[in-house]
Design a protein around this ligand. Structure first.
Ligand code: ADP
Ligand code: ZN
Length: 752
């Protein structure tokens, strides 16, 4: 007898173990590890989806009590052996259940059978020769007489050219359905089925790109990577300035994968997964690529996933979750713009694409390549520690100079009486750019609405005196708060630095910029790209197309316009307020600011026209802004690493957080504090490693009526870290009363 060991698709940790099910005789062949199956579960034998992890000859459950599974859910195993191994790793690394890990590896809509293959009905003629002649004659009896069934005649005539999709027939001949039904009854036509695939970006034409001669730096990187792909190991960081030809390096390394019978995954941040980007890959690799991103319809996503699963695809391009794509024999995983924090999942399990990619590469024998113009401090640090080999592209293709940014001090603007959002230099640059009929991008950080408090007089931002991060203004209660140490305070009446009453909650938005541009430059044609204007599936693409086609002079946008785009006519980049990211309530504020400014500045003057970059700020002396305006990564890195070391932030330490939820705030607080005392006992074993341990209401202490309480720890990172984390996790397992309501997060993306 065959027995399947099944994980039921219910994320509860009590159910995180295999259940045995007998396999019915008829499915013996079809069910293997990785198959999804429908099983009777629980006392009521509710049909429940599950994953087969392993097969056994016998179960230790007596035959009389062993249930039979109902049936397989697909005709092929949904999960690969490599994915099953990866799920084990995920479980250990992120403290999730097997079901939670496996869910990440399948299109979400597949669960619950919400998508299936799209099958199209086709209609074909079922008769031939004399029978067909008779049928046609019967429909059009005599030349002079009108046909009694003109639609049947029309349809039959059309079908003589070959089968036609049912839906198309109906479109060409209204009322065709009833004609088809009538002819079906007479046996004249028959129904067939055709599988159709919903190919995203199918409309993008394929043109062969130019064959470049690699620059010496590219050549060096490519040779190194090719060898690494062949050997099936190696981790690299490709640090190349914007426009230095990193993408070309990826393309060549991927070609080597394909040449040696391997495959590749390219991860890009969602926002830079543009048709331009996909086009370059399609140009090189034709239809053998699959694209995965969140704007796909459920059907498209499923179809793409299935092509990958069935081995029809060599290259997968996608956002974060594409790191789980079921490609066989991956030879290379690329993480482009590796510094983007979109690579960390903000929901449980809080995985990082870097860590998952690394685990996959080592278990499946692939090389790992991270690429960026502005590597994250943590990655660069790891690289210098020997975790990645550094490959560098320090020069722009074509030798173009990096545009120098003009940093404008907005405090001086205010002093000189300018109360608009445009500094004089930016105002003049916009005027000149419009006069010359060139294009510009005005950039606003979406997080501009982040509520820090700034003095318009001196540029001082209210900071936490314990933590060196900005205080966040909470509308409710009107208090200032530090998201790291949980200190609360009131907004002082005057600026503590200059004593003037100019403290103001800060933040400008894209809409405001649009209004102001229209007000001061009424003839300018303006496009705006932000969350509001890009809700539709193609709106992102359409806006860029319009701008690329010179249908507008000004593109106003959030970080969506900061990435990978290439518009030769753009000669002016304006950063409206560089400080917005600087004073995020986040230790990565300086890093984000440096990255954003460097990235946007890289957009200007990529071809013959020289580019101007104007950066408006209240903190012109801040090292992140100074370094970014000079494209000086190395100085930025040195200063930032030093700051992190002094403040004990990652990579030198890590934050660990448990969030607890509960209806009753008092009971929640009590539970949390009891738990915290046990946490402290664990921490007492290595007291020197504990930099912070607190049990407090979460920064947002209530969401939708549910109270949130947290245990926040900051631990020095060292060899014992993993053991401490395991102990903390084990502690959580001992508290079933808290388990449902809580998740352990490590270095959470934000601390709300
Ligand atoms: P990055 O990814 O570093 O921003 P890209 O790969 O997009 O840089 O390259 C910038 C531009 O230079 C692109 O238009 C690309 O087609 C072109 N390019 C890349 N490599 C070469 C080369 N070796 N010779 C000529 N042009 C190149
Ligand atoms: Zn603080």
């Amino acid at each position: 007898m065959g027995v399947a060991q099944v994980i039921v698709d219910i994320a509860h940790s009590d159910l995180d173990r295999v259940f045995d099910y007998a396999i019915p005789e008829e499915y013996k062949e079809g069910i293997i590890p990785g198959s999804r199956v429908l099983v009777p579960f629980g006392a009521g034998n509710r049909p429940t989806e599950g994953y087969v992890l392993a097969l056994q000859d016998k179960s230790c459950i007596p035959d009389s009590r062993l249930k039979q599974l109902y049936r397989p859910l697909e005709s092929f195993p949904a999960l690969t052996p490599a994915q099953l191994i990866l799920s084990e790793w995920m479980k250990k690394e992120y403290y999730c259940t097997t079901a939670e890990a496996l869910r990440l590896m399948l299109p979400a809509q597949m669960r619950g059978q919400r998508v299936a293959e799209r099958v199209l009905k086709t209609v074909a003629i079922a008769i031939e020769g004399a029978d067909l002649e008779d049928a046609l004659r019967c429909l059009a009896p005599l030349e002079a007489e009108k046909s009694k069934a003109p639609r049947q005649l029309q349809v039959l005539e059309m079908l003589r050219g070959g089968p036609i999709r049912h839906c198309e027939l109906e479109r060409m001949v209204p009322g065709a359905s009833s004609a088809v039904s009538a002819m079906l009854r007479k046996g004249w036509v028959k129904i067939g089925y055709e599988q159709s695939r919903r190919t995203p970006y199918a409309s993008i034409g394929i043109q062969k790109g130019p064959e470049y001669i690699l620059t010496p730096d590219q050549e060096k990187a490519v040779e190194e990577l090719k060898a690494s792909v062949r050997e099936g190991r190696g981790s690299y960081l490709l640090h190349g300035v914007t426009g230095s030809g990193k993408t070309e390096v990826y393309l060549r390394a991927i070609s080597e994968c394909i040449r040696t019978g391997k495959t590749a995954i390219v991860l890009v941040p969602e926002i830079s997964l543009t048709p331009q980007m996909v086009g370059r890959f399609r140009e090189r690799f034709g239809q053998k690529i699959a694209v995965l991103h969140s704007r796909l319809s459920a059907g498209e996503r499923f179809d793409e996933w299935k092509r990958i699963r069935l081995g029809e695809v060599d290259v997968v391009i996608g956002a974060r979750s594409a790191v789980f794509a079921p490609l066989k024999k991956p030879g290379l995983i690329v993480i482009d713009e590796e510094h983007e924090h979109a690579y960390c999942s903000e929901t449980h399990p809080n995985y990082s694409a870097h860590a998952v990619a690394k685990a996959r590469c080592s278990s499946e024998g692939a090389a790992l390549l991270l690429g960026s113009a502005t590597p994250s401090v943590e990655t660069y640090y790891a690289c210098l520690q020997g975790e990645y080999k550094l490959l560098e592209l320090p020069l722009r293709i074509g030798g173009g100079e990096m545009p120098q940014a003009l940093v404008v001090d907005m405090r001086m603007e205010l002093l000189s009486g300018n109360r608009t959002i445009f500094s004089a230099p930016l105002f003049n640059a916009i005027r000149t750019c419009l006069d010359k009929k060139e294009q510009m991008m005005l950039f606003i950080n979406r997080r501009g609405y982040s509520n820090f408090v700034l003095c318009r007089g001196c540029g001082h931002v209210l900071m936490c005196d314990q933590c060196d991060v900005s205080l966040t203004y909470h509308k409710v209660g009107g208090a200032l708060m530090c998201h790291y140490c949980q200190n609360r305070s009131e907004i002082p009446p005057v600026c503590p630095k200059c004593g003037k009453p100019y403290l103001k909650q800060f933040g400008i938005g894209t809409q405001q910029v649009e209004e102001q541009v229209k007000k001061y430059f009424p003839t300018a044609r303006v496009l705006r790209m932000d969350m509001d204007t890009t809700k539709g599936k193609d709106s992102h693409h359409n806006i860029l197309k319009a701008f690329g086609g010179y249908e507008a002079d000004v593109l106003i946008g959030t970080q969506m316009i900061a990435k990978g785009l290439h518009f030769p006519r753009v000669t002016l980049i304006g950063v409206m307020a560089a400080d917005t990211a600087l004073y995020l309530p986040d230790y990565r504020g300086a890093e984000r600011t440096f990255q954003l400014i460097t990235q946007v500045a890289g957009r200007a003057g990529r071809e013959e026209l020289r580019g101007n970059v104007v950066v408006q700020t209240y903190s012109p002396r801040h090292f992140a802004i100074e370094c970014a305006s000079r494209h000086d990564y190395s100085s930025f890195y040195k200063q930032e690493l030093l700051n992190r070391k002094i403040a004990q932030f990652p990579p030198f330490a890590l934050f660990v957080r448990y969030i607890f939820h509960g209806e009753d705030p008092a009971a929640l607080k009590k539970q949390c504090e009891d738990f915290f005392s046990e946490v402290r006992m664990i921490l007492e074993e290595n007291p020197g490693d504990v930099l912070l341990a607190a049990c407090t209401p979460a920064p947002i202490s209530r969401i939708k009526g549910v109270s949130r309480h947290q245990v926040l720890l900051k631990l020095r990172r060292n060899e014992q870290t993993k053991a401490v984390l395991d102990a903390l996790q084990a502690l959580l397992q001992n508290h079933p009363e808290l388990k449902m309501a809580c998740a352990l997060e490590i270095n959470p993306g934000n601390m709300i």
